[in-house]
Design a protein around this ligand. Structure first.
Ligand SMILES: C[C@H](CCC(=O)NCCS(=O)(=O)O)[C@H]1CC[C@H]2[C@@H]3[C@H](O)C[C@@H]4C[C@H](O)CC[C@]4(C)[C@H]3C[C@H](O)[C@]12C
Length: 329
């Protein structure tokens, strides 16, 4: 399971959690403006916008999971297993293999409006990257500071939905996830009033009872509702550290603890990493299951006009600061 959100207290922050039972070997990867990109069904580009995100690099190619470009357009790919359908390549159309989709889009679009335009022409194909890497069945959250879209590849083509809550999880399809919020419109961060039976002396005997009924389990429908409720009520301070810290707090409400979701005997899904980027500043923050210290890679500290990928393996070892017992103890 995975969850992606946008969060815009003032500047836009966006990111995702990646929940899975195994890691492919994720790295923070910067694709510079002049990295030559070749597309599987023809064509390519010698230059475009620089991109920063999480990818697995295979044979020198960045297989991105989520990323932001230097203009602040960001995207995250999440499992959509059983529902994603890709097309066969078609003559006369812009054929893009699913694994190329993120760099293809972020390389050439500065804004959501430009992306929306470009997406009209795309034919997303299920062409595998290699025998080892068949096409991943995904859908995507795409956003900039003006809004968010959900992109779902279906048998009827790529569906593009406005995403007014800026949240995406996994199955079922996005329209059903959004509709389910109707069931929770009575929830509130404030204490409830007794409308159940005003003549019966009912009491709000604990804080937090306004949100009683917010689903607490790990299913993607429940995470969708929980992430939406938490982000839509989130209040954060002014500084970059406050906003980034608050983003990770929101994501903690949907994080997965090893042991609670068994996908095969003895195999458990866990939150392998959580990312958060400041779209305007191009700073990519992340934590991992093993290391909850927030680590950052700044796009603008990289040689943007370069030609070679720059790679930072994710830090996964627990990093505990011992506060006492130093030399002068
Ligand atoms: C498994 C990941 C999604 C995690 C997720 O959504 N879990 C939910 C599980 S469930 O639905 O609820 O069961 C997805 C997200 C991005 C995917 C990767 C990216 O798409 C990049 C390449 C694409 C290649 O086609 C396959 C390997 C791959 C390296 C993908 C492997 C895997 O499918 C990833 C890592």
């Amino acid at each position: 399971m995975c969850t992606a959100i946008t969060y815009q207290p003032r500047e836009l922050y966006m990111g995702r959690s990646l929940d899975y039972e195994a890691s492919y070997g994720e790295e923070i990867v910067m694709l510079p403006r002049r990295f030559p990109l070749r597309f599987r069904h023809g064509g390519g580009s010698e230059q475009g916008y620089a991109i920063l995100g999480t990818a697995h690099v295979a044979d020198g190619y960045p297989l991105y999971y989520d990323a932001v470009n230097e203009k602040g357009l960001g995207i995250a790919g999440l499992n959509f297993v059983g529902n994603a359908r890709y097309a066969a390549p078609q003559d006369g159309r812009q054929n893009v293999a699913q694994f190329e989709f993120i760099p293809w889009l972020l390389r050439q679009c500065a804004t959501l409006a430009e992306a929306r335009q470009l997406l009209q022409a795309v034919n997303l194909t299920g062409t595998p990257f290699s025998l080892h890497f068949p096409a991943a069945q995904l859908h995507w959250l795409l956003a900039d500071a003006t809004g968010a879209l959900t992109l779902e590849p279906t048998a009827a083509g790529l569906q593009i939905y406005e995403n007014p809550v800026g949240v995406l999880t996994n199955n079922p399809p996005f329209p059903q996830q959004l509709f389910a919020l109707n069931n929770y419109m009575h929830l509130s961060p404030r204490q409830p009033e007794n409308t159940f039976a005003p003549d019966v002396p009912l009491q709000a005997y604990s804080r937090g009872m306004g949100a009683l009924g917010l689903p607490g389990d790990l299913s993607s429908g429940s995470r969708f509702v929980r992430a939406a409720f938490t982000k839509l009520h989130s209040v954060c301070g002014e500084s970059e550290a406050d906003c980034v810290g608050q983003f990770f707090h929101i994501m903690e409400t949907v994080s997965q603890t090893r042991g609670c979701c068994e996908v095969a005997p003895g195999e458990f899904e866990r939150t392998i990493y959580t990312s958060c980027w400041n779209a305007a500043r191009g700073i990519y923050y992340y934590t991992t299951y093993g290391n909850r210290r927030i680590t950052a890679v700044d796009l603008h500290r990289e040689p943007l006009d370069g030609t070679a990928l720059r790679r930072y393996p994710m830090l996964t070892a627990e990093d505990i600061l011992m506060q006492n017992g130093g030399a002068d103890a």
